[in-house]
Design a protein around this ligand. Structure first.
Ligand code: UMA
Length: 472
């Protein structure tokens, strides 16, 4: 069904993180001549270079000479973290060398259906949920991609027919030339990653590539009432499914209006149930919200994630009972609006995964009297959209590189400027009154101060735990 790397004799790989290592080793195993490089140089990279050299890869670390890396190459596989403005990518494009992201490469090894899930927010939760439903239905499935394990690695060790449930980022979608998932999901499109993409149009164009090579037997699943999703749906050749918080008829009407498309499946909410409705309302499956763990514990965005995941899993053959059992059991992932503790009547919630303003706005929806901890690296984004939920905030603690921008946005509501997440907890705790919520939902990436959002969230939770029993 896919073409592998037949006909390619020589390849170059840039970046030796998870993606680059998986790509370089797979290409060598396929018998290609491979050159690989990483612009960094550290003991860990030295170990990886040794491993690649032992596999027969010609490898260099430190400043990369494009002419050396691309010499004779027919394909360049850049890692997702390498922006298109990188001189090696520019040289490859100028020289007519094909540029494949690691998911384009991994897709070429797939021997079963691929479900690809993208969106500014909710990708990892939805990817995990689709895999959990398929698992419950007895359909072999594995997660892959941006969620943490490169698609190339997972596809090459998967059994024939196994479903590959792949979280895909805009970085990975920007460089595809045949990637054609059986089911593609676009959860939402909001501002993010403008330090990598040229701006909103470039970001949307990358997301749209998830459906570029889909055909009429494939399914595209998009959010109703989302301008980016509607524009992607309008340009797709795949059958269309929509999801949203309105009843299915409202979801259909919204996508008819915004994308000019009729839906094969509409997932909505009606009478306290998530409802999946087939063509012309022919088939209806109802799942009471009260029985869905993710909806009970999370905000409205989780209802949308459930609608999208159930639609994708049903398309691949999951039956109603399996879907219901998986929805009852699936409890979500850490650092996503996770209640850490209640101390002196104040709830402390870890939403460190909110690395863009859209995610923070979603966390704030439905809450009141919040002391927000926000800031970090803004990735070139304007954070002023956060002002929309200002009325929900009793105070804001700012931190990281974006602190100045946030001080301007929130003015008198700013309680302090913290040097660390621990200090932010101290400042927030001193101001929060019983009944209020201290919410770590930074709206920014953690990479100015921490290795990951997970480290930032874990440190937040530890700082909160340290207060338990401490007198106020
Ligand atoms: N490098 C260069 N030149 C550059 C940039 C990076 O040589 O211009 C080198 C670095 O020195 C480093 C290596 O490239 O050694 C790192 O590559 P990478 O940043 O692409 O990271 P990987 O380890 O390959 O991880 C990637 C994804 N990372 C990014 O997209 C930044 C992981 O997603 C993903 O899990 C993994 O592939 C497997 O598919 C992480 C992520 O942050 C979780 N994703 C972003 C997000 O979710 O917001 C998109």
């Amino acid at each position: 069904m896919t073409s592998g790397v037949a006909g390619v004799g020589r390849a170059a790989v840039l970046g030796l993180g998870l993606s680059g290592m998986a790509a370089a080793l797979a290409l060598r195993e396929e018998g290609l001549a491979v050159r690989a490089a990483d612009e960094g140089d550290s003991p860990a990279l030295g170990d990886r270079a040794t491993r690649l050299a032992a596999a027969g890869v010609d490898v260099r670390l430190g400043a990369v000479e494009a002419a050396w890396l691309l010499d004779g190459a027919e394909v360049l596989v850049p890692s997702p973290g390498v922006p298109p403005a990188n001189p090696v990518i520019r040289a490859a494009v100028a020289g007519g060398i094909r540029v494949w992201s690691e998911i384009e490469l991994g897709w070429r090894f797939a021997r079963g259906p691929v479900v690809a899930i993208t969106g500014t927010n909710g990708k990892t939760t939805t990817t995990s949920l689709v895999a959990a439903i398929l698992d419950e239905a007895g359909i072999p499935a594995a997660t892959a991609g941006n969620i943490g394990t490169p698609l190339t690695q997972v596809a090459r060790r998967a059994r024939p027919g196994e479903v590959l449930v792949c979280e895909v980022s805009s970085f990975q979608l920007a460089f595809v030339e045949s990637f054609s998932p059986r089911v593609a999901v676009v959860l939402n499109v909001a501002d993010d990653h403008y330090d990598w993409h040229e701006g909103p149009a470039d970001y949307l164009a990358a997301k749209a590539r998830i459906t570029e090579y889909q055909g009429p037997d494939d399914l595209l699943v998009v959010r109703a009432g989302d301008a980016g999703c509607a524009s992607i749906a309008a340009g797709s050749s795949a059958r269309l499914a929509g999801f949203g918080l309105a009843p299915p008829a409202g979801v259909r009407a919204a996508l008819r209006r915004d994308a000019g498309r009729e839906l094969a499946v509409a997932a909505g909410v009606d009478g306290g149930d998530v409802v999946l409705e087939g063509e012309q309302a022919a088939r209806r499956e109802r799942f009471p919200c009260a029985d869905i763990r993710l909806i009970r514990t999370g905000g409205p965005h989780n209802t949308e994630n459930v609608g999208a995941a159930a639609t994708a899993a049903v398309e691949l053959g999951a039956g109603r009972e399996a879907v219901a059992r998986a929805l009852a059991a699936f409890g979500g992932l850490p650092h996503r609006t996770t209640l850490v503790a209640e101390v002196n009547g104040v709830r402390y919630v870890d939403d460190s995964k909110a690395t863009n303003p859209h995610a923070t706005l979603r966390a704030l929806a439905g809450l009141n009297d919040v002391v927000l901890i926000a800031g970090g690296r803004s990735k070139g984004m304007d954070l002023s959209s956060l002002r929309a939920e200002d009325h929900r905030l009793s105070g804001v603690v700012v931190m990281g590189e974006a602190a100045g921008q946030l001080e301007e946005i929130f003015g008198a509501k700013v309680l302090g400027h913290a040097g660390s997440v621990e200090e932010a907890v101290t400042i927030a705790a001193a101001h929060a009154k019983p009944g209020e919520t201290v919410l770590l939902s930074p709206g920014c990436s953690s990479l100015d101060q921490y290795t990951s959002y997970a480290e930032r969230g874990t440190r937040f939770a530890r700082a909160v735990a340290a207060m338990v029993g401490a007198p106020r």
